[in-house]
Write a protein that binds this ligand. Structure first.
Ligand SMILES: Cc1cc2nc3c(=O)[nH]c(=O)nc-3n(C[C@H](O)[C@H](O)[C@H](O)COP(=O)(O)O)c2cc1C
Length: 164
């Protein structure tokens, strides 16, 4: 992985996040979990580049995010789409996602990302909140949460951007 500057990154966040999706990973090399995420954001807050991720409470990955200072976003080339499908349809509670998805964990900035990714962002967790009934202004959005399984939002300060 080669580290690049924030100003060298060229991508369309709408397609790369909303269409291609990414793996959201938290934990350390000996104990991590990853899940596919299709909602998220890249931007700027508190004078630093930041990533925004949204995780429902039933995700096993949530417990790793809660315990970890570092999380990572791993983006993959189109031929690894099956890895994203696998990690978005199985749970780390009962599945070895690295073996099942054919991905190789690597340590980066104290977090875990994947060797097969073509773009990785490492993040330090700096804020979180829950997007619950009180937070949602547009009533129509509430239809996404028939069970009240609100998303938690985590904001990460981006520590490094790496390309492969
Ligand atoms: C394309 C796709 C995008 C997804 N995006 C999200 C997301 O942004 N947030 C979320 O909480 N779950 C999302 N999911 C669902 C999780 O990836 C899925 O529930 C996964 O099995 C959770 O794994 P875990 O229990 O090991 O954490 C997505 C699933 C797919 C297939």
């Amino acid at each position: 992985m080669q580290k690049i500057g924030f100003d060298q990154l060229e991508l369309n966040p709408f397609t790369v996040i909303g269409n291609d999706n990414f793996l959201l990973t938290a934990g350390g090399m000996s104990d991590w979990n990853t899940m596919t995420a299709g909602w998220g954001g890249l931007g700027y807050i508190w004078n630093e580049p930041a990533a925004f991720v949204f995780v429902r409470k039933e995700r096993y990955t949530l417990s790793f995010l809660e315990r970890s200072d570092i999380f990572t976003l791993s983006f993959f080339p189109p031929e690894k789409k099956s890895a994203l499908t696998f990690c978005g349809t199985t749970t780390g509670r009962d599945t070895d996602k690295a073996t099942g998805a054919g991905i190789t964990p690597v340590q980066l900035d104290g977090g875990v990302a994947f060797d097969e990714a073509n773009l990785v962002m490492t993040c330090r967790k700096i804020a979180e909140t829950v997007l619950d009934d009180d937070a949602l202004i547009d009533e129509s959005i509430k239809s996404f949460y028939p069970l009240g399984d609100w998303h938690r939002m985590f904001i990460g300060r981006i520590l490094g951007v790496y390309i492969n």
